[in-house]
Design a protein around this ligand. Structure first.
Ligand code: CP3
Length: 346
């Protein structure tokens, strides 16, 4: 078995020679190579220039012994295609200039073919596949309906999602109409990424843990399910369904779909196995802040994660959420190598 197979085999719950590892947000500001490019280009320029997106995607692959690449893009670019104005403002994060607040705003959201609105990312996927030359598989991704709705309605990052939830509770019909548009746009975008060459897909529902399980079931699950169905119908592309703060709703995430469920560090992996059963693969779940600890402690904590799922096929090692900005790069290298060495001995 070669390194090129490990990740996809684990997604399919097949035995592997060592546990595959990749890190959410593995391309980014903690790497000097990325910061150098960012001095010349904005994040949207990097994303919208396929050659640059490919270069950034390859940076962590060239620096570490990772088992998968993830295309350099952002979950929010899909909102531009729907008619929303997107900017990243230094120090403030993402801004939506014309947030969705009324039934008329929802009416105005238009689902266009991904080839028209997100062709740059599809092109970057084709270029990156050539550049990777089979070394490791390439993951495509999208934000999930709830997480995208939270940005579209709040107009940026949020703490309590009061505006988004107010629309959800106060105008449920409009909410469902909007979520259906997101589901179709997301499903088609993911599907187009797979057709362009992405060998696995990840749906990021990063902020879904803000919801009660009952609200997830009523207001979100059918839409995530529809997006996943459109994305994967008639194909065997693995899909990783990820969220944070989901300990109380993991069976619902599984019901919505995905061959792999991504979990954060607030739940022990052994408990995730108990909750989810044997018929789905798992991804996770080291606390990203552990990467700031001494290497010995990083190794101890990574071993705890690996031990908690040892003997069960279908584990992809990852952080429980994206890698943080000031993470020491040598700690990343040490983690990746340790995961391979330790899991090969288990
Ligand atoms: O994983 C990868 O290497 C692929 C690249 C990737 C980016 N964003 C690039 C990016 C991925 C997978 C994302 C997903 C994403 N984007 C999520 C879901 C993942 C998660 O962490 O929950 C979310 C919520 C976003 C939205 C987003 N994009 C925010 C809130 C910000 C600003 C945050 C900040 O720290 O400024 C971004 C910008 C962004 N997207 C950066 C990167 C590398 C940093 C921007 C920069 O270079 O200045």
């Amino acid at each position: 078995m070669s390194q090129s197979d490990r990740f996809l085999r684990a997604c399919r719950q097949q035995p592997v020679d060592a546990t595959p590892v990749w890190l959410m947000r593995q391309a980014g500001r903690y790497m000097a190579e990325y910061r150098t490019l960012r001095q010349k280009y904005s994040i949207l320029e990097l994303i919208k220039t396929p050659e640059l997106a490919t270069e950034v995607t390859m940076q962590p692959i060239n620096a570490f012994n990772l088992d998968a690449a993830i295309i350099f893009a952002d979950i929010l670019t899909i909102l531009e295609g729907l008619g929303l104005g997107l900017d990243f403002v230094r120090g403030e994060g993402p801004i939506i200039h014309n947030p969705v607040r009324s039934a008329a705003d929802i009416e105005a959201l238009t689902v266009r073919p991904p080839e028209e609105t997100l062709g740059f990312t599809l092109e970057a996927i084709k270029l990156t596949r050539r550049e990777l030359a089979g070394k490791v598989p390439l993951i495509g991704f999208s934000g999930a309906p709830f997480t995208l709705a939270s940005y579209a309605i709040e107009g940026g990052s949020s703490r309590n999602y009061i505006t988004a939830k107010s629309l959800m509770y106060g105008q449920p019909q409009s909410w469902h109409k909007m979520m259906d548009k997101f589901a179709v746009a997301i499903g088609q975008y993911l599907r187009a990424q797979a057709e362009a060459g992405a060998q696995a897909l990840q749906l990021f529902d990063s902020w879904v843990g803000a919801l009660s399980p009952a609200d997830y079931r009523e207001f979100v699950l059918p839409h995530s399910q529809k997006a996943i169905e459109i994305a994967t119908a008639g194909s065997d592309v693995p899909l990783i369904h990820f969220g944070t703060g989901t300990a109380g709703m993991l069976p619902l995430l599984k019901e919505a779909g995905g061959s792999v469920i991504g979990v954060d560090w607030r739940l022990d992996m052994a408990d995730a196995v108990q909750i989810l059963g044997d018929d789905v693969a798992l991804q996770g779940n080291l606390d990203p802040v552990v990467l700031f600890a001494p290497v010995k402690e990083i190794q101890r904590q990574a071993a705890l994660v690996l031990d908690s799922v040892s003997g069960r096929d279908g584990h992809i090692f990852n952080l429980g959420h994206g890698i943080l900005q000031h993470t020491p790069v040598e700690h990343v290298a040490a983690l990746v190598d340790f995961v391979h060495e330790y899991s090969a001995r288990l």
